[in-house]
Design a protein around this ligand. Structure first.
Ligand code: ZN
Ligand code: ZN
Length: 357
């Protein structure tokens, strides 16, 4: 990881805008830095990568504000303050690879999502401690519980059937997969984002507004005295959670006030599906995923007992996608789908059976 230390150090020199709270972030300097880092970084083939923390990145502080934590991912991720809320816009797709490594695949694929405008993510800028926190085990099994700083939602480590996604082959090398609306999301803490953010800066914000840090404090030391929600308060950072490499991976509950409605945090954006949700393809293993044209054409490759199949899909207009299914049995099908409003992982109008993870 010698090279990694070099560029992490370089990131420490990036100056984040003071007063960035009140504006969309998107300074070209950040974009260039983020792009260089994205190119420099290659994922390791396992979940939950923890980079060694020998370097000393510039620590994020509460005073800097949540918007600064999202800034390394501009312009793909844009932030804006409205009242006491940070609005975060993205298309929900990360700069890193996706899908490869999944062995329990529900046949969903990543589609760009309209998390923007009135459908943006909402992070409270002034989190309110709840009198008693709220555990997330066996609760909040629909929708997101946190938002990663690269604009990708994070769901409960348990899927909506209560199983721990990371333990049953549902997740790719980066800890994500796609929901019923073909909406990409993580089910574990994306520790690999520290390669871009710098160790010790937030990798996500829980939807109660508190930041989630990786495995260590900004100085590289192990967190001391975490509470029942895997959080604590320290000077400069205020209250924050710490991720873990095993269950619960994220915070264990919300220290702050959230509204729970229909088994999810309310409100939160809706994902836009274009087709019916599918069921698990037994024996499938995803072997490749490529973006053929920016945000408009993709190929996902898989195998079933060594026989290859693929799903190619391309955008043909606003909310219109042409899919080409190459089945392992040899059949080829082409279908054009059109968008319909549907809640990612939520109780949208999707027909039963509900098989979202
Ligand atoms: Zn801490
Ligand atoms: Zn899921």
């Amino acid at each position: 990881m010698k090279a990694a230390c070099g560029w992490r150090l370089a990131l420490g020199l990036v100056v984040f805008p003071a007063g960035g709270w009140a504006h969309f972030t998107g300074e070209p300097g950040h974009d260039a830095a983020a792009a260089r880092l994205a190119l420099a970084w290659r994922p390791a083939p396992t979940l939950a990568l923890a980079a060694p923390s020998s370097s000393k990145p510039a620590a994020w502080t509460l005073a800097e504000g949540p918007a600064a934590a999202f800034a390394p991912f501009a312009p793909a991720v844009r932030t804006r303050v409205v009242g006491d809320t940070l609005l975060v816009e993205s298309d929900g797709l990360p700069a890193h690879g996706m899908m490869v490594g999944i062995t329990a695949w529900q046949q969903q694929v990543p589609l760009p999502q309209p998390y923007a405008g009135a459908n943006a993510w909402r992070i409270p800028l002034r989190p309110v401690p709840a009198p008693a926190g709220t555990p997330i085990r066996d609760r909040f099994l629909r929708g997101a519980i946190a938002l990663a700083v690269n604009g990708v939602p994070i769901f409960n480590p348990q899927n909506n059937r209560g199983a721990v996604s990371a333990e049953i082959g549902e997740l790719d090398r980066w800890g994500g997969h796609c929901g019923r609306a073909d909406d990409y999301h993580y089910h574990v803490a994306p520790l690999h984002l520290e390669a871009t953010t710098g160790v010790g800066r937030p990798i996500a914000f829980a939807l109660d507004g508190y930041p989630i840090l990786g495995l260590t404090e900004p100085d590289g030391s192990a967190p001391q005295t975490l509470d029942a929600w895997r959080g604590h308060e320290t000077p400069g950072l205020g209250y924050h959670y710490h991720a873990s490499e095993t269950y619960p991976f994220l915070m264990a509950g919300f220290r702050g006030v959230v509204v729970e409605r229909e088994e999810q945090v309310d409100p939160q954006p809706r994902a836009q599906g274009v087709r019916e949700a599918l069921t698990q393809l037994r024996g499938a293993r995803i072997t490749g995923f490529e973006e053929m044209a920016s945000r408009s054409a993709y190929v996902l490759r898989y195998e079933v007992r060594g026989i290859p199949g693929s799903v190619s899909y391309q955008r043909e207009g606003e909310g219109v996608w042409r899919f080409r299914f190459q089945e392992p049995a040899g059949e080829v099908r082409e279908v054009v789908y059109r968008a319909s409003e549907r809640r990612g992982g939520g109780k949208g109008k999707a027909p039963s059976p509900r098989r979202e993870r």
